[in-house]
Design a binder for this molecule. Structure first.
Ligand SMILES: Cc1cc2nc3c(=O)[nH]c(=O)nc-3n(C[C@H](O)[C@H](O)[C@H](O)COP(=O)(O)OP(=O)(O)OC[C@H]3O[C@@H](n4cnc5c(N)ncnc54)[C@H](O)[C@@H]3O)c2cc1C
Length: 195
């Protein structure tokens, strides 16, 4: 919109997270200790100010009043709109198993999940990653680099089964095992327990 008609709209952005928009794809290098949140921020506060965009960070929108054309955040912040764009992303799928809400059970989607993993790596030794897809393997690699013993539990018989055939999956598994990761393949997680 800034490019097409910079003066047409007054733009307001609400974000539930406390940071300006960052490159989510680069969370794994942050987890692995190769980058920081500052390195992956795409547009900092100065950029928003420079472009006249009002930025409400850490404010989760909880209500849209379509009659009055207003959005209302959990903390009561309100803004009026003529056009409203929802770009709220997605939520990670959490396995519907007993124990999935225990402390220490987290998903991998944002910087707070990444910080929780970094913190866990400082305080604990053993990590289990459920899911041997791209995100699971990136998480496992990062946790390993941070000194944890990591086991990946995966439903399919080989890693990245959507991207690789069995032989390539086995080759990948071997190279990750050489880096110290452990795999449980063809296994369905029954529950999370904290003994
Ligand atoms: C670790 C990781 C690695 C990835 N790697 C790749 C990759 O290599 N290649 C690839 O193509 N994709 C990758 N993805 C997926 C990619 O990041 C997402 O597809 C992309 O971020 C989706 O962009 P989006 O703008 O739709 O949503 P998001 O990036 O999720 O942004 C939505 C934002 O809206 C905010 N929000 C939600 N609800 C509200 C509300 N009620 N009020 C205010 N704000 C709200 C959220 O907090 C979030 O900040 C990766 C994802 C992760 C987590």
């Amino acid at each position: 919109m800034l490019k097409i008609a910079p003066d047409y709209y007054e733009i307001t952005v609400f974000g539930a997270e406390p940071h300006p928009n960052y490159n989510r794809i680069l969370l794994s290098p942050v987890l692995a200790g190769e980058m920081t949140i500052q390195d992956i921020i795409l547009n900092d506060h100065a950029w928003y100010a420079e472009h006249g965009i009002q930025l409400h960070l850490g404010r989760k929108v909880s209500r849209i009043d379509r009659v009055q054309r207003r959005v209302i955040a959990e903390d009561g912040t309100e803004e009026a709109y003529d056009r409203l764009l929802l770009a709220t992303g997605s939520n990670p799928f959490i396995l519907p198993i007993p124990g999935n809400d225990l402390p220490g059970v987290i998903s991998y989607r944002d910087i707070s999940d990444t910080d929780a993993m970094i913190d866990a790596a400082r305080r604990y030794r053993h990590a289990v990653v459920i899911g041997g897809g791209l995100l699971g393997l990136e998480a496992a690699n990062g946790l390993k680099l941070r000194g944890m013993d990591v086991t990946v539990v995966h439903l399919a018989d080989w890693l990245l089964e959507r991207q690789l055939d069995q032989m390539a999956g086995r080759m990948l598994q071997k190279s990750l095992e050489d880096r110290g990761l452990t795999f449980l393949l063809g296994k369905q997680t029954g529950s999370a327990d904290r003994r």
